[in-house]
Design a protein around this ligand. Structure first.
Ligand code: GRF
Length: 207
């Protein structure tokens, strides 16, 4: 089986990149992490890529990114803590081929400081979302979400850590579904073939 050649775009610590690298170590995983792209040369994520023998490239602009995609025959892009907004031109050239992970239950709490936004709004649940990237920020079709309770003593750092644990499960699953061609988009909503669906409900606080 030809694995889908995937580039991961990073700017920071790269814990989501690591989750994708670890998942792709399984030869049955349908995507291969073929390139890591960073706009920050000091990003720790680059260290993770080098440790896994994955080629890295540091870019200064989108033109360089586009060239790197061609050079490495990239078919899918995962944004994982990439702190630069991609232009509509770039996104449209890769329509439904770019995934992003965001630390909230979209469409709530788009943009920066999503965990603090959740605390400020007093929601009892937050979580994370993997979605396709469209020109409007954090607004594309949703592929996978996980929910995480918000607890009374939470700071944004504590909540971020609890959400990250779920991010590391959601992103490998979302990439697997997309790379295996199990995902289609109709009227801005994602449909997944043969999903294992969650049943029931969760309450926070518990009675
Ligand atoms: C994650 O919280 C992700 O949702 C957001 O940026 C953070 C990246 O963390 N987009 P890491 O670099 O993957 O550790």
């Amino acid at each position: 089986m030809a694995r889908v050649r995937t580039a991961v775009f990073v700017s920071g610590s790269g814990s989501n990149l690591q989750a994708l690298i670890d998942a792709a170590e399984n030869p049955d995983y349908p995507a291969q992490i073929a390139l890591v792209v960073s706009n920050k040369k000091e990003a720790y994520a680059l260290e993770r890529a080098r440790n896994a023998n994955i080629p890295v490239t540091v870019i200064e602009n989108e033109q360089e990114a586009q060239l790197a995609m061609q050079e490495h025959n990239i078919e899918l892009i995962c944004l994982a803590g990439f702190m630069k907004i991609l232009s509509a031109d770039f996104v449209n050239a890769w329509s439904m081929k770019i995934l992003n992970i965001h630390p909230s239950l979209l469409p709530a709490h788009r943009g920066l400081h999503a965990q603090q936004q959740a605390l400020d709004d007093g929601v009892k649940f937050s979580g994370c979302t993997v979605h396709f990237v469209t020109p409007e920020m954090d607004a594309g079709p949703i592929i996978v979400q996980a929910i995480v309770p918000v607890l009374p003593e939470d700071t944004s750092e504590i909540l971020a850590k609890r959400i990250l644990v779920q991010e590391h499960k959601c992103y490998p699953l979302a990439l697997k579904l997309v790379a295996a061609d199990k995902v289609s988009v109709a009227k801005d909503a994602v449909k997944i073939q043969q999903p294992h669906l969650m049943d029931g409900f969760m309450m926070n606080p518990v009675d």
